[in-house]
Ligand binder design. Structure first.
Ligand SMILES: [Fe+2]
Length: 266
């Protein structure tokens, strides 16, 4: 099966058209998608029509799935592998995670084995707002000033989940296990400090890195279209959701996420 790849920005991201990922993919098609994902970091599959099981099946081509700590109360009924990201409320209760990703982060970075990648499928979208920002952490590492590179060289950071008590320690600079490229792994949502540094010193250093990480040239903002399935690589990408309309009752954004398990960062 052949498909088309069109880069979406100079930072990262590519649009994939001409493929229906609800169908089983042959090995060569899968290999081409895998290669495109490593090259572009974020793939946007347009015009998909996926049942929950079809999304799970496609996601599992990339590895075993991970279950989010919130999934106990935010998974799709009958599908523990699917996390519901939604602003909808039913019977006075949120149907999923309402304010997902308010700050830049990489999914499940507070786990000993953070997520390899996440796939987010848009089911209902608002007329405006709800975009997702993606930042290329390879580019951020490559452009990191030499004094900052020296300051974090070989150091590890502490990560903590706000929704559970899980925490972990990971290298600030990690090496991608498939491409061998280095990227910045600390983020303002889940990183809480630097191992062996006092809080003030660690925070000051982290804040300089966060400021650097969000340079415009590293970022692509995705404006969702119905049927988009977006697959990002958490090992070298950070993301954020624009939820400035979260308190607006007309702001309906309803999505299904699958999460592919990753390995221990090094
Ligand atoms: Fe996220």
């Amino acid at each position: 099966m052949s498909f088309q790849i069109r880069p979406l920005s100079d930072a990262l991201g590519a649009e994939i058209t001409g493929i229906d990922v609800s169908r089983p993919l042959d090995e060569s098609t899968f290999a081409a998608i895998h290669e495109a994902h490593l090259a572009h970091l974020v793939l946007v599959f347009r015009d998909q029509q996926l049942t929950p099981q079809q999304q799970i099946d496609f996601s599992q081509r990339f590895g075993p799935l991970d279950v989010h700590p919130s999934q106990g109360k935010a998974h799709l009924e009958g599908y523990p592998d699917i996390l519901v990201i939604s602003t909808k409320r039913e019977n006075g209760r949120d149907v999923g995670i309402r304010n997902a990703g308010p700050k830049w982060h990489s999914d499940l970075a507070y786990r000993e084995r953070p997520a390899l990648g996440s796939m987010l499928y848009a089911l209902e979208l608002p007329d405006r707002g709800g975009d997702t920002g993606f930042a290329n952490m390879y580019k951020a590492y490559d452009a990191l000033p030499a004094d900052l590179k020296r300051a974090v060289d070989g150091k590890r950071a502490l990560f903590h989940s706000t929704r559970s008590s899980i925490d972990a320690r990971h290298p600030i600079i990690r090496t991608h296990p498939e491409t061998g490229q280095k990227s910045i792994f600390v983020n303002p949502q889940l990183t809480t400090g630097i191992e062996g540094m006092d809080a003030a010193e660690g925070d000051a250093l982290l804040n300089m890195i966060y400021f650097h990480n969000t340079r415009r040239t590293f970022i692509y903002w995705h404006q969702w279209k119905p049927g988009d399935l977006v697959f990002w690589d958490n090992r070298c990408v950070q993301h954020i959701a624009d939820h400035t309309r979260l308190d607006d009752p007309d702001y309906i954004r309803h999505m299904h996420r699958t999460t592919i398990a990753g390995d221990v960062p090094f």
